[in-house]
Design a protein around this ligand. Structure first.
Ligand code: HEC
Length: 97
């Protein structure tokens, strides 16, 4: 006489409680940083204006010195004023830190 051990039933019980991964829908990059008031305004401007011609560029793709050239350049394209430009720059630089 042979004993038939059914292992399959045991495996099912083991994987019953895996935690669900909740994906948050944040506008730009998920960040755990606390941004200053200016940077938050900059983030909004960035999200609203900088994804029109191309997809929103990930901040960490470019260095600080690159962004210091890119932001004024792109703000001209996006027709943003100096104040908006400096808000976006504070957002980018705080995000890079
Ligand atoms: C009117 C269209 C337009 C808008 C609005 C715009 N961009 Fe661009 N962007 C471009 C074009 C075209 C390029 C690629 C050619 C170039 O570098 O000029 C580009 C390139 C870039 C690059 C890559 C630069 C590199 O060196 O590879 C970054 C970063 C960027 N944009 C950021 C921004 C940010 C930040 C804003 C918002 C302030 C913005 N863009 C708004 C048209 C736009």
């Amino acid at each position: 006489m042979k004993k038939h051990v059914v292992l399959g039933a045991c495996i099912g019980l083991l994987i019953s409680c895996s935690p669900k991964t909740t994906t948050s829908t944040q506008p730009v990059e998920s960040t755990s940083k606390t941004l200053s008031a200016e940077a938050l305004q900059g983030q909004t401007l960035y999200t609203n204006h900088c994804g029109k011609c191309h997809k929103l560029e990930p901040i960490h793709e470019f260095s600080e010195s690159k962004w210091r050239k890119i932001v004024p350049d792109m703000c001209k394209k996006a027709k943003l004023n100096d104040e908006q430009q400096s808000l976006i720059l504070s957002y980018v630089l705080e995000e890079l830190k």
